[in-house]
Design a protein around this ligand. Sequence first.
Ligand SMILES: [Mn+2]
Length: 177
Amino acid sequence: MSQPQQLDDLLEGGSDLNIVCHNNPDPDCLASALALGRIAAPAGIDEQQILYSGEISHQQNRAFVNLLDIDLQSFDSATVQNRQPDSLLALVDHSIPGENNTVPPDTAVDIVIDHHPAEDIDARFVDHREELGAAATILTEYVRTLDIDLDTDLATALLFAIRSDTLDFLRGATSEE
Ligand SMILES: [Mn+2]
């Protein structure tokens, strides 16, 4: 089974989804979170939220959140601890609880989609491709493969994320980008 299909299967078995961004999330992380939520909705997960710690510091990032109408909430560790098995936790653009996030280190993670160097990633579903320039590249592939409605907001978010993380295709960009 392909990875997008495996992810879809996992989401189908979920009741709700908490997508956690890394600290001070950047466009790549935010776009990836937005895309994962869009993938989760047709898999039957209506209850979902995007969580973050730190700040949306750059004005450009705040504009990104506002213009694309991304609904963000502050991360509270109580949300992801002692949860039911079908309450899913995803990390996008980071991999490890307690590293560049405020998730307690012992928290069980369901989904990791990342392109940063990391070792010993522990989750039920992992797509970790260090060779890629952006996590949004992976999510773009999933959106296409799973035939998710690619509206203007989602397309803009993903394209902006890829351009931003690769410095307009100059840093670490591959043919996938
Ligand atoms: Mn990234």
